[in-house]
Design a protein around this ligand. Structure first.
Ligand SMILES: NC(=O)c1ccc[n+]([C@@H]2O[C@H](COP(=O)([O-])OP(=O)(O)OC[C@H]3O[C@@H](n4cnc5c(N)ncnc54)[C@H](OP(=O)(O)O)[C@@H]3O)[C@@H](O)[C@H]2O)c1
Length: 296
């Protein structure tokens, strides 16, 4: 059995990843992470009603990625289960995320960047050292944010040798910045878009983590532009249907993550587009265009 933890697995793209894993790989067991046990159980109940055999291959686990206590408790539970079953964790999918113009930078970073690191740090000792994988669901907003930064900031956020200590110092600098957009612009950080910044930093952390753990496969991807609760307000504001806006379904949004979970991505610490092809960290690459290569 390959045991896989999916954070934010109770809805949207996370739930679609849970379903795709259970559907396509009989030898898997999924820990469906949910910060609210009730929402997690309701989501799993729906899956199990439609696919009764998935009952033995799934379990809800309470996991709020913004809380040290919650993450450690979840990791202890998984450790216990792995010990009983005699198999380490195969993979962690860091899918939980928040977005929205009204959210302050600190709240967005707490989930999208610090949350990813918190979960990785707690689960690294549980992962199979020879074939374990980490998949970070980031966003095309990350590279687009980097594209809006000064050359110096771009070099920093795409540096293959980046360390968590310097990334943490950078995040502290951003959190301490007052003065809104003009302050971010003056500091070479575009308009300081909180969501884009959080995802650019999650991509940079992916680089750092992969370098530190070369035995694991650690990569990031964007799911694409997907119709979920996260994008609902945007759709409503446009007065168009999701299809007219070019949006896809949560199942479509699970494809790149499935490739990084079970496929053979080249290299490590990379960022992939929703089409499962490698994409650059410092500019948007549209799905269907040629993959990014460092030497191109
Ligand atoms: N939709 C898109 O077009 C799009 C594009 C690019 C990237 N993404 C990324 O894809 C991922 C999934 O997004 P989605 O579109 O599926 O959004 P969604 O439907 O809003 O789902 C977000 C999930 O994250 C969970 N979550 C939020 N804060 C959490 C926390 N502190 N601890 C644990 N779980 C938490 C939510 O739980 P609750 O139900 O409890 O709130 C929910 O399960 C996110 O990382 C997002 O940034 C989405």
């Amino acid at each position: 059995m390959r045991r896989i933890l999916v954070t934010g697995g109770n809805k949207g793209i996370g739930l679609a990843i849970v379903g795709a894993v259970l559907d396509e790989h009989d030898d898997t067991f999924v820990f469906l992470g949910s910060r609210d046990l009730g929402r997690g159980r309701a989501a799993r109940d729906r899956l199990v009603r439609a696919h009764p055999s998935w009952a033995d291959r799934s379990e809800v686990i309470e996991l709020d990625v913004s809380s040290d206590a919650s993450v450690h408790q979840a990791a202890r539970w998984i450790r216990e289960r792995s010990r009983n079953e005699g198999t380490p964790l195969y993979a962690v999918v860091n899918n939980a995320g928040v977005g929205g113009a009204s959210l302050p930078l600190a709240s967005v970073l707490e989930v999208n960047t610090f949350g990813v690191r918190r979960v990785c740090e707690a689960t690294l000792p549980l992962l199979d050292p020879e074939r374990g994988r980490i998949v970070n669901i980031t966003s095309a907003a990350g590279p687009s944010f980097v594209a809006s930064c000064s050359p110096e900031r771009q070099r920093f956020l795409t540096d293959p040798g980046i360390e968590w200590s310097s990334l943490a110092a950078f995040l502290a600098e951003c959190l301490a910045m007052s003065g809104g957009k003009p302050a971010f612009e003056a500091a070479g950080l575009g308009d300081g878009n909180a969501y884009g910044l959080s995802k650019a930093c999650a991509n940079a952390y992916t680089l750092c983590l992969a370098r530190q753990h070369p035995g694991l496969r650690v990569n990031a991807c964007t799911p694409g532009f997907i119709e979920t609760d996260m994008t609902r307000a945007y759709v409503e504001s446009q007065g168009k249907t999701p299809a007219e806006l070019g949006m896809k379904t949560p199942s479509d949004g699970a494809r790149a993550a499935m490739f990084l979970l079970f496929g053979e991505p080249e290299g490590n610490g990379r960022y992939y587009g929703s089409d499962g092809l490698r994409s650059p960290l410092d500019r948007y690459r549209s799905p269907g265009s040629p993959p990014y290569r460092d030497d191109a």
